[in-house]
Write a protein that binds this ligand. Structure first.
Ligand SMILES: [Zn+2]
Length: 321
């Protein structure tokens, strides 16, 4: 089965611990566990923590992107970078894990489209426009009642991303910005968000947002963070609670609009039964037990994210990769 995880924060560990990916016991992801989990494709987020923002965010993001490319070199038998649509198909056929770069929060771009284009040249193929706070593009979910929509610059970034063949990620974005992205032509995903109807957390999406995402051909990746799954003690949250969100999302967005965005290595707790990247095959079994059709399970596990990236990324002949 093709398994595509749309969000992990593993790159945060690599600049200070280059061997982390080879095998570690303090996080959720490394190469042996990705292989055990039968991952086919993985988006690696470039997230710059608050103490780097905004002044040091570009410098810090370059350290993580350098670590990503070092990882591609070091484990090239198992991994390969995705720069164009054909890379996804070829890596699938070769049985190597397709690795994509995304920015989580556009702070490294600052206020300059040149930086966006340089990020694209460095391999970035998706941008989560904001983290939880305000930046030059838009407001994040924690701005709440103070939040506005996309700035003029935010609209310019979305338009340029669309021209370049990049995917716009609306996870973390405050709701007014979400609706502004809906009005554009952007390829749209919510890489790691859940259903607000099951747990009304500001990081989750309302039914109206989910329907709009579906209408746009977008995909939402279910987030494994217990705090976004259920209003209870994190240690009480189980894989079954996550499957509730997956089933709800299938019913509200449709079977073509749901995927996985674990947030591994970016979350402190995980649901019982889904402790690390080795556990993805359990989700297949869990959904089968609930009677979800195999064709739908394949879409949720990876085919939907595969589809939207294949459709959006530039073709090789147009970018020389
Ligand atoms: Zn996040």
């Amino acid at each position: 089965m093709y398994i595509f995880d749309a969000h992990i924060d593993t790159l945060m560990q690599l600049p200070s611990d280059p061997k982390y990916f080879e095998g570690n016991t303090r996080g959720h992801v490394d190469l042996p566990r990705m292989r055990a989990g039968q991952l086919s494709a993985q988006i690696f987020a470039v997230f710059t923590e608050s103490h780097y923002r905004p002044g040091q965010s570009l410098q810090r993001s370059l350290a993580m992107i350098d670590a990503f490319w070092n990882m591609m070199d070091a484990y090239s038998d198992d991994l390969g970078p995705v720069l164009c649509a054909e890379d996804l198909t070829e890596l699938r056929d070769q049985g190597r894990i397709a690795c994509l770069l995304s920015l989580e929060g556009a702070e490294p771009i600052g206020v300059d489209l040149h930086n966006l284009r340089i990020m694209h040249r460095l391999g970035v193929r998706a941008v989560t426009l904001t983290w939880n706070h305000r930046n030059a593009l838009a407001d994040g979910a924690e701005e709440e009642s103070a939040a506005g929509g996309l700035s003029l610059f935010g609209n310019q970034v979305v338009a340029e991303m669309t021209r370049l063949g990049m995917v716009v990620d609306v996870s973390h974005l405050a709701e007014p910005g979400f609706w502004d992205v809906v009005k554009t032509d952007a390829a749209m995903i919510a890489s790691h968000s859940n259903a607000a109807a099951l747990h009304p957390h500001r990081r989750n999406l309302t039914d109206d947002q989910l329907r709009a995402l579906a209408d746009r051909g977008g995909v939402v990746g279910v987030n494994f963070h217990p705090g976004f799954i259920k209003d209870s003690d994190p240690s009480d949250v189980t894989a079954e609670d996550l499957y509730d969100h997956i089933e709800y999302l299938i019913n509200s967005v449709g079977e073509d609009g749901v995927g996985l965005g674990s947030d591994y290595d970016g979350i402190s707790n995980t649901p019982q039964g889904l402790e690390d990247a080795s556990t993805f095959p359990r989700i297949v079994k869990g959904l089968q037990r609930r009677g979800v059709k195999d064709s739908v399970i394949r879409k949720v596990m990876g085919e939907n994210f595969y589809r939207i990236f294949c459709k959006t990324l530039p073709k090789r002949e147009n970018m020389g990769c």
